[in-house]
Design a protein around this ligand. Structure first.
Ligand SMILES: Cc1cc2nc3c(=O)[nH]c(=O)nc-3n(C[C@H](O)[C@H](O)[C@H](O)COP(=O)(O)OP(=O)(O)OC[C@H]3O[C@@H](n4cnc5c(N)ncnc54)[C@H](O)[C@@H]3O)c2cc1C
Length: 630
């Protein structure tokens, strides 16, 4: 049976797949999204929360490039918080707890609004190739679907194996089957795969939680949106709740260690270092008397509660007994136990920066299949793979974001240049240019790129331009407008800040760390300087960052220029690293395996030292580069 041809076929309707399909279709590619269950499109496998440290920045970047995640989050958010507010703005990170049903519904609706996008409920089990090029997929129903590009976004589903205590069975996520066939197809094409694992906590019936005994965590009183296009956020927010484990809870959990699939060696895959299970935490930090637990609502119209911090694959009865010793959970009813899942992934050094595979032209990978963990990391890769698949079909140059342009650039560079053998998640500390890559300026950094490529509407780019102009106007106004001591000092006194002795520019007073520019302007009758803009972003907050962090930004610009020199020195793909005697053995081995595209990428591979880079630089400059015999 033959089907009409598509430009792009996306396999998987999770976070990577949805963004990939939407991006490719928006760029004009006739796109088919094949996913095992249409009802599961946009489903959040774990906590229904978007953002957090490093991840919030990625979600804002996805939005700035016209992606779905920010809008779906704003529409479904139950609680919004800006994390790290007490630190510098480089690391402010938005986070929202969402209604999981509304989130998935919003994603599905946005996909259905794309005229070039078609969907099909089916499972891809094999790949079609012609020579070194992809030619389509074969599905479980025996249908050959031919396309010019294919994007695989199979998440935790490929040969997924679920573990709870002694019980273990095949599955891609609780209640959904594993995906079979693709791993073998990829092996036959010469790809290497590995095994990773992740886990999730139990879900509780909120009607059986004693909230009076818990600490309440409120959302921000002035919530910040994820999307630059959002005009309004929900008027009401729900609270999250905090409780703790204690030594008694730990003792109960220990009684299940001899049946823990992790400790008895039934789970072979490596788990996420930064999101350890509760059994891992009490085992590794045995002297720690308690661990924090956040009880987070899963929706507006459900009592289901997510137990953040209590991911586990211990036997169900041990989970239950331990849970009931936690303050506030004494009579709790568990809706479903926590579990761990192992799945196949494909180490990402097998990819180009475009997320196209090196081995098969037109075949792209995005999301958890590349060894990442998290919705934001997956969505970002999906957006880039979808964009590049559409560009590939048109025969146009691929989109590669630099590390200095976006966290998405950092993410993909880390994956491709270094590979990963454990689930990779984003942190602000991974970005060396984080002062430039702030969540507040994601639109100025990326919306013009998205517009050029056809990902972003004219309306969105115009809004960004108006906002950028408003920012520049306010910056110049506060630099020019003076404020007298009589006007400034009452506000400064309210902050215990030393009075000013003479008339000074507003910009200078605003440099004091304790002064908030917006409040200064409002309290001193200068609010007329604040331009009005569309949406919920605050120009005064952006200008405050411009003023206070000008020096850091300048310094980062200098570093970026230096790095760009290295990036502009390409390394031939046939370079014979093994024959270079004066670099280290480790560098020879890693460079031969990863085959960096330029010196910048080579310099970031762990194990390649600055002196190795100098050797390569001299070689490239002299033009005497040893090549592998072809
Ligand atoms: C139990 C569990 C715990 C997790 N814990 C965390 C956590 O603590 N922190 C965190 O950040 N992230 C966690 N995650 C990861 C997070 O859910 C993923 O990173 C994210 O969903 C990955 O997005 P994705 O689009 O790559 O894949 P997924 O969201 O897994 O989506 C994959 C999609 O592909 C479809 N599919 C797969 N194979 C095929 C095929 N052959 N044919 C057709 N369709 C196919 C599936 O039906 C599904 O729709 C957890 C995931 C699970 C399952």
């Amino acid at each position: 049976m033959r089907r009409p041809e598509y430009d792009v076929v996306v396999v998987g309707g999770g976070h990577a797949g949805s963004e990939a399909a939407a991006a490719a279709a928006r760029m004009g590619a006739r796109t088919l999204l094949i996913t095992m269950s249409l009802e599961a499109i946009g489903r959040m496998s774990c906590n229904p929360a978007i953002g957090g440290i490093g991840k919030g920045q990625i979600a804002r970047e996805i939005d700035a490039l016209g992606g779905l995640m920010g809008r779906a989050t704003d529409e479904s958010g139950l609680q919004f918080r800006m994390l790290n507010r007490s630190k510098g703005p480089a690391v402010w990170s938005p986070r929202a707890q969402c209604d999981r049903f509304m989130y998935a519904g919003a994603v599905r609706r946005m996909l259905e609004a794309e005229p070039n996008l078609f969907m099909r409920a089916d499972m891809a089990v094999d790949l079609l190739t012609e020579g070194t090029q992809i030619a389509g997929v074969v599905t479980q129903l025996g249908v050959e679907i031919r396309s010019r590009a294919v994007i695989l976004t199979s998440g935790t589903f490929m040969n997924g194996q679920i573990h709870i205590g002694d019980t273990s069975y095949g599955g891609g996520r609780m209640g959904e089957g594993a995906s079979k066939g693709l791993t073998g197809a990829l092996h036959r094409l010469g790809f290497e795969s590995g095994r990773l694992k992740t886990g999730t906590p139990p879900r509780l019936d909120g009607r059986t939680i004693d909230y009076a005994r818990l600490e309440e965590q409120l959302g921000d009183s002035e919530p910040s949106p994820f999307s630059f296009m959002t005009e309004q956020l929900p008027a009401r927010q729900l609270s999250c709740w905090i409780t703790f484990t204690d030594p008694e809870v730990h003792d109960i959990l220990r009684t299940g260690f001899d049946r823990s699939p992790m400790f008895v060696g039934r789970i072979q895959g490596t788990g996420p270092r930064y999101c350890p299970s509760i059994e891992d935490k009490i085992d590794r930090f045995a002297d720690k008397e308690r661990h924090q637990i956040f009880l987070e609502p899963e929706g507006w119209h459900t009592d289901e509660v997510y137990v953040n911090g209590f991911s586990t694959s211990l036997p169900e009865e041990v989970q239950m007994e331990a849970m009931r010793r936690v303050t506030g959970l004494e009579n709790v009813h568990m809706l479903r136990p926590g579990y761990a899942i192992e799945y196949d992934y494909f180490p990402p050094y097998q990819l180009r920066y475009s997320l196209e595979t090196k081995a098969v032209e037109g075949l792209f990978f995005a999301g958890q299949i590349n060894g990442t963990t998290g919705y934001e990391e997956a969505g970002a890769q999906g957006l880039i793979a979808g964009t590049n698949a559409a560009l590939y079909v048109r025969g146009q140059e691929q989109l590669v974001l630099k590390r200095s342009e976006a966290y998405i650039g950092v993410l993909i560079d880390d994956l491709v240049a270094k590979g990963t053998d454990e689930p990779y998640r984003m942190f602000t500390s991974r970005a060396e240019h984080r002062m430039m890559l702030r969540q507040d300026n994601a639109d100025e950094r990326l919306t013009p790129i998205g517009h050029r490529l056809g990902l972003v509407s004219d309306d969105r780019i115009r809004r960004m331009e108006r906002r950028r102009a408003a920012r520049r106007d306010l910056l110049s106004s506060v630099r020019q407008t003076s404020i007298t001591p009589e006007v400034a000092n009452p506000y400064l006194a309210s902050l215990d800040s030393a009075p000013v002795k003479q008339t000074d520019r507003i910009a200078k007073v605003a440099l004091r760390p304790e002064v908030h520019l917006g409040t200064l302007l409002r309290k001193t009758g200068h609010d007329g300087l604040i331009p009005s803009i569309d949406g919920l972003e605050r120009v005064e907050d952006m200008v405050e960052i411009d003023l206070k962090y000008e020096g850091y930004v300048e310094r980062e610009r200098g570093l970026i220029e230096k790095m760009e020199q290295l990036e502009s020195m390409p390394l031939p793909s046939a370079l014979d690293y093994a024959s270079i005697q004066n670099i280290t053995m480790e560098a020879r081995e890693k460079l031969s395996r990863i085959r960096p595209q330029n010196l910048g990428q080579a310099s970031r591979i762990s194990g390649v030292s600055p002196s190795d880079v100098s050797v390569l630089m001299v070689m490239v400059k002299s033009g005497r580069v040893p090549r592998v015999e072809e």
